[in-house]
Each structure stands twice: as C-alpha cells, then as structure tokens.
Design a protein around this ligand. Sequence first.
Ligand SMILES: Nc1ncnc2c1ncn2[C@@H]1O[C@H](COP(=O)(O)OP(=O)(O)OP(=O)(O)O)[C@@H](O)[C@H]1O
Length: 249
Amino acid sequence: MQAVLEVIGLKKKYKDGTFALRGIDFQVKEGEFVAVIGPSGAGKSTLMRCINRLVEPSEGKIYFNGNDMMKANGQKLRQHRREIGMIFQNFNLIPRVTVIDNVLNGRLGYTGSLAGALGIFSRKDRDFALEILARVGLADKALKRVDELSGGQQQRVGIARALAQEPKLILADEPIASLDPITSENIMEYIYNICREDGITCLINLHQVEIAKRYATRIIGIREGKKVFDGTPDELTREVIRSIYGQQK
Ligand SMILES: Nc1ncnc2c1ncn2[C@@H]1O[C@H](COP(=O)(O)OP(=O)(O)OP(=O)(O)O)[C@@H](O)[C@H]1O
C-alpha cells in the first residue's frame, strides 16, 4: 500500500532555542488510523503543524502522497494543504458565524480567493456542506451561530469543515482534550467511522492512552522530540507506556 505520509529526519528548533522535534521518522500508509501519544511538551502538536507547514520545520523531509511538502510553495502548497484536513483541540471555528459558513470555509482551497473572501459559494458547495452536516448529525443546526452550540457540537462542525476539504489525510490535534468523557467518545466514533467509511488516513494526537489503544490501528509514542515507540495497540504494554511517559504516569 502506498504511503500517504512519509516523515524523514524531522527536526524543529523554535526561535527561542527550544528543540521540539529531534529527528522523527515514520510512514503512514493509506487507510491507517495512527494515534500519536506522549507527555505534555513531547512535540506532538509541533509534529502535526510541521506536516502541513503551519510550523516551518528546521530540518528533514515530508512527503504527502509522494509530494515533497518542503519544496511546495504558493499554489502547490495550497493544493496539498486542501487535501489535509485539520481538527483542533479548541475547534478553531469562527464563533459568530453560522455552522454552514464555518463548514464552507473548508471549501476555500477549491474556490477562487476573491469568491472565498466574499463568501460566495456555489449551490453545489452548499449542498455538499449540508450533506456533510447531516453525516455529523447537525443538519438542523446549519443556520445556527457556532457560539450557540455545545463543545461536542462545535467539534462536529470542526470535523465537517475538515471533510468539506475532501481530505486524503486528517490531522487531528488532541480533538477531545477539551471535552467530557462521554462527548469525547462520541467525537472519536465520528472521526473513526468517517475515516473508515471514506478511506481517509488519519494521524491523531491523543492524551488518553486507553482511547488511543481502543481506536488506533497503530500507535506512535513520542518523548522529548523523539519517536520512542511505533507499534500496534497490543504492543503498547504498561511497561512501554511507562517508558514513554517516564515519571509522569
Ligand atoms: N511557538 C513556540 N515557541 C517556542 N517553543 C514552543 C512553541 N510551541 C511549542 N513550543 C515548545 O516545544 C515543545 C513541544 O511542544 P508541543 O506543543 O509540540 O508539545 P505537545 O506534545 O503537543 O504538548 P501538549 O500535549 O502539552 O500539547 C515544548 O517544549 C513547547 O514548550
């Protein structure tokens, strides 16, 4: 199976001298649902953000569907980014704007920049957004303002926006960290089932080891900017968990 994502020797040193990533290598194949776990500050968010270059890597290579992300600029980068949906811990929605308009933001990579800036979307795009909202159980909320929704509903809008991009890869950066346990499970079900149904590859940062074990087809453990584990949920034994989290667990 083809690698959707290949990360080679990825390093990130922030301007203040912090080494967030110290040389990370891994591949993600089509259809995999890979959880990234590790203690706070291990570099999980930095890794996600480097993949689509929201954060500029200091060194290394990133290939998305065989395309060299480090060499992509302008139009090419925009093209690759629109195929990478992101889901964030704090949802990253526009609060005072309607649910459907937030979802349509996921179409911006496909519209002309002027049409997008003016919020002009085709009938086809609107119908598509409504279809996606129905999939996440929010068809009846399309015209509500996002700030009138619960956290779990807002995250479903976040998922819908990512889907509006027709992504090949979803990067989910601690998507359930701000939610209660029941809502968290509900959100994980949506992300997992949609990725499986649509054949979308997923890389997901999680704090909750048990949830990672339950959903992931593979787990990557990161500690102090280095990959210290890469294996199946079964291989993630208590001992391995202790080695990833050190004194903290
Ligand atoms: N913009 C930044 N400038 C400087 N240092 C940063 C920046 N963003 C993150 N860091 C540092 O880089 C390291 C990795 O942070 P990162 O947020 O990637 O870790 P994480 O594993 O996602 O943590 P958490 O689970 O707490 O979100 C930490 O030491 C953090 O303080």
